[in-house]
Design a binder for this molecule. Structure first.
Ligand SMILES: [Zn+2]
Length: 311
């Protein structure tokens, strides 16, 4: 099955054995994560896959592994992905959003892959990675751009901490070209296979256009002081009783509020609360930063906020 792989100059039979003995976590199974999971599964790598969301029509366009039938039936991405990937390797799937309470799921893995399109989850992965000394790979795709960076010695928090989550574009708004997201996924998968077989992987920010940037990681609370504020936080999404509404404890900043104003029909906007209707769902942002969003379940609530605001 793997003759094309072992015929390569840089790989041999014993590398296959190494890959079969590895376990990799793929967090997020959308446009990038689902493609990375397929690449790694076809190498025979055991996977832990996590995603909090259900399939929607746009996932047929973005991914290589979901069918229109899966999407019509609103099957969780983790369930549909396991059904497809278990033909190739061992799969442990969770319909869950990665948060400080369940991040220990990643314990014992050899590598963590980010397929999330979510900055806050990346900061969480970075802290876990530093604490447990498990390397991880950042992957991102937006518009026609795609990025990948391997983190082992360097630190994501040093590089991205200045960015306000609400100021970033999201795929929901800016779109994503499937060729860009699958290209970024391929770059990340290549790095994963090289790292797991013992080759050196440079910690550079690489783009799908072929550019490679040196990134400075000069020391921060996380990597220098071992202060893991996100791992210790109790940020949670909780149901608001009986109303199909969920409360999220997060701060979206001024840019995030502006996005809510731009994307929806504003229902009220005062010093206490900004309420807006976006695609038929109501979202309320309180001055403390607390958000209440209309959704059928916790996963949808988190995705809705993540996709419209980018946190
Ligand atoms: Zn740092």
């Amino acid at each position: 099955m793997y003759s094309r792989f072992t015929a390569l100059t840089d790989f041999e039979e014993k590398d296959l054995e190494k890959l079969r003995n590895c376990k990799v976590a793929v967090v997020g199974l959308g446009a990038t994560g689902s493609v990375i999971a397929e690449h790694l599964a076809r190498h025979g790598i055991n996977l832990l896959i996590l995603d909090r969301d259900y399939l929607e029509e746009n996932d047929v366009y973005s991914s290589n592994i979901y069918t229109p039938e899966d999407c019509q039936d609103s099957i969780p991405k983790a369930v549909a992905a396991e059904k497809y990937l278990e033909k190739f390797t061992g799969i442990d799937s969770r319909v869950a959003s990665l948060n400080p309470e369940n991040v220990d799921l990643l314990d014992g893995t050899d590598l963590i892959i980010d397929g999330t399109d979510n900055l806050e989850t990346r900061f969480l992965i970075n802290e876990f990675s530093k604490k447990e000394e498990i390397p991880w790979i950042y992957t991102a795709a937006i518009g026609e751009k795609g990025y990948s960076m391997f983190f082992k010695e360097k630190c994501f928090n040093c590089v991205f901490d200045d960015i306000n989550a609400g100021s970033l574009e999201t795929c929901e708004v800016a779109g994503v070209l499937r060729e860009s997201s699958t290209a970024a996924a391929s770059i990340t998968s290549t790095k994963a296979v090289k790292h797991l077989t013992g080759q050196t992987v440079e910690e550079t920010l690489d783009t799908v256009e072929g550019d490679s940037f040196q990134v400075v990681s000069s020391g921060c609370d996380v990597c220098r002081d071992g202060s893991y504020s996100r791992l210790g936080s109790s940020r949670k999404t909780v149901a608001v009783c009986g109303e199909n509404k969920y409360q999220l404890d997060t701060d979206i900043g001024a840019e995030g509020r502006e996005k809510i104003r731009e994307q929806g029909k504003v229902l009220s906007d005062n010093e206490y609360v900004l309420r807006s209707n976006i695609n038929g769902k109501e979202i309320s942002v309180f001055s403390s930063g607390r958000i209440i969003v209309e959704a059928n379940d916790k996963g949808h609530a988190e995705s809705f906020v993540s996709e419209t605001i980018g946190v």
